[in-house]
Design a protein around this ligand. Sequence first.
Ligand code: HEM
Length: 390
Amino acid sequence: MRKAIVVLVLVAVAAWIHLNSRVPVESGEGADRATREVEIDAQLGESRWPGEADAADSIASLIGGSLEKTYPPEKRPVRRDAHPKAHGCVRASFAVNAELPENLAQGAFVPGKAYAAWIRFSNGASDPARDDAKGDARGMAIKLMGVPGTKLLPEERDAGTQDFIMINHPVFFIDDPQQYLTLVKRGSSSNPVVRLTAPFALGLEGALIARTVASKKIENPLYTRFWSMVPYRLGDDAHKQAIKFSARPCVPHANDRIPSDAGPNYLREAMAKTLAAGEACFDFLVQPRQSAAMKVEDSKTEWMESAAPFIKVATITIPGQDFGSVAQDEFCENLSFTPWHALPEHRPLGGVNRVRRIVYEQVSMLRHAANRVPRKEPTGEEFPLGATRR
Ligand code: HEM
């Protein structure tokens, strides 16, 4: 018996070391399908993880399978696999600073320009009925509209939208797509013992980050700071650099006063109360990378603000509004956000983002097809402010 335990421990340690010692490889002979599909930007430090495109396909089909199981025809609509609970989609304006240095005045960041935007605030957990008072990652997904230029996704190249997707923590818990696949495989196993081992797929550092992210409690999404977690390119070929971005409330709030009588949906109620009384606003910040030690294939290490300061590039204003109509919630449910709804100047970087390109598209297609609703990007004409609601 003791021998068996020792062997089990050794196998577990070996598996842990194996999962945590994988490094990205250069592209070249034998590089997988994504090498041809999603170009990597070696100048900005991107390199490919072994088998990443196959891992992305497998992650997408496992998520698809689990959505079909969770939402059989009698339980439709199919919701998002991640971040299914929306606190609401609100109208906003995204006003770029009147002046910006040339290296930041790139892509959609045209000095003095203002865009109409939709912003979806969400909880991260896959259970859309989960009580807001429980710890969870919180999401802020911004969609600018009226953005000219050819976009990255070939099928949506003419869309006028540019998305910025964030969570209320500066780092993500995984780099290696194979590790994410192991996590999803174990997490969706029908064997409860295998499901229990899912967090071990993350390694110690990843598991600690995941635990921190999943235990966040907030008072109001409009008082919360959000980060891109993973890096992006900013700029055309002459100005390109690796950046992360963040949205920080314009006015500092304590953001820890969770009401003692908080109902399961108190975050939606908090947003509604704030926006019934007036507007809310965020500064949109860009964090240029300052050294090669800030690696684009490493999602787990924070780019410390002390070494790489954030610079404000735009102001997000969320005017006072009533956002809670049934029709607006349905519109919100049917939106699709992806980091790849983007101009080439805002190209997502790193293995996590390359996986997201495949997964978000396939999962969004699946839920729209199952729900028999068209996938289309908004124009900004929807639900004008001040119009009569039902
Ligand atoms: C490999 C890593 C990841 C996978 C596989 C993944 C998967 C997903 C999926 C399947 C959705 C639902 C898409 C839809 O049905 O339209 C989603 C939504 C979302 N994800 Fe991720 N995700 C990953 C990494 C991240 C990271 C690094 C962030 C950090 C910002 C993030 C933030 C979000 C947010 C905020 C949403 C909700 C967007 C909305 O409001 O519609 N995810 N993710």
